[in-house]
Design a protein around this ligand. Sequence first.
Ligand SMILES: NC(=O)c1ccc[n+]([C@@H]2O[C@H](COP(=O)([O-])OP(=O)(O)OC[C@H]3O[C@@H](n4cnc5c(N)ncnc54)[C@H](OP(=O)(O)O)[C@@H]3O)[C@@H](O)[C@H]2O)c1
Length: 266
Amino acid sequence: MTTQHQGTALVTGASSGIGAVYADRLARQGYDLILVARNRGRLDTLAARISDETGRSVEVVVADLGQGSDVRRVADILKTDHSITALINNAGVGAAAPALQSDIDAMEAMIDLNVTALTRLTYAVLPGFVARGRGTIVNIASIAAIGPEVLNGVYGGSKAFVLALTQSLFKELAGTGVTVQAVLPGATATEFWDVAGVPIAHLPGEIVMKTTDMVDAALAGLAQGELVTIPSLPQAEDWAAYEQARQVLLPNLSRAQPAARYGVGV
Ligand SMILES: NC(=O)c1ccc[n+]([C@@H]2O[C@H](COP(=O)([O-])OP(=O)(O)OC[C@H]3O[C@@H](n4cnc5c(N)ncnc54)[C@H](OP(=O)(O)O)[C@@H]3O)[C@@H](O)[C@H]2O)c1
């Protein structure tokens, strides 16, 4: 390998889809890998292929990130393995059913994976990254973070959490040398849709992106220093205007007096 060694990247949900492509691309960028998911067979096959093709060290950790004990086991790796320089928080599940047709236990399990596990893994890796003045956290959100009406509301809410957490960390981590990025994919051609109960063939082809294109665009956004990357969005200015509107609201969101339109205290 001629590529400079970048340390180790831990990728959650690496056994298929977006996570598997991140694993491939990061190895080619010079990262050793720790691949996390539940399906050992798929992880082993991917690990063997990537290490054959790139010469990088690839370790497999079988863990169900919906289970607290497994999340803590992965968190311990993030706390103690100081070779880790990147965390790709990608494992996640979706749903398309409306609230009245959704099973609350499935909704809670989605929050456990999409929100609780991601948060615990982020908190586990952060102190070491800050102490060493180096590290990258990529959080895979979704366009549902800003369009919660598009799919199941708990899914959208879980991804809005991921976006908000990442925006907050960006502010808190300024000057520490630690990089954070939220990626907001639109529909991407993975097994996600089968798991969510919507066959991908039912989506219009013009809104579905190839997984490799999505990840390559997200990595380009990371290299360009973007905090929020929306691979599909043609005009970056549209996101900037959305963000600017939020910044205009901020100074007026907490005041001693209710707004005049509510007629309180007049
Ligand atoms: N595809 C899309 O259209 C789309 C759009 C926006 C955002 N996203 C987000 O992209 C991320 C990756 O999804 P994908 O599209 O690549 O779907 P995918 O192909 O279904 O991949 C999901 C990955 O998460 C892992 N996973 C699921 N449950 C897990 C658990 N309890 N513990 C550990 N790992 C678990 C799966 O592996 P195992 O089954 O082996 O555990 C798999 O590797 C998700 O966060 C998703 O919300 C996807």
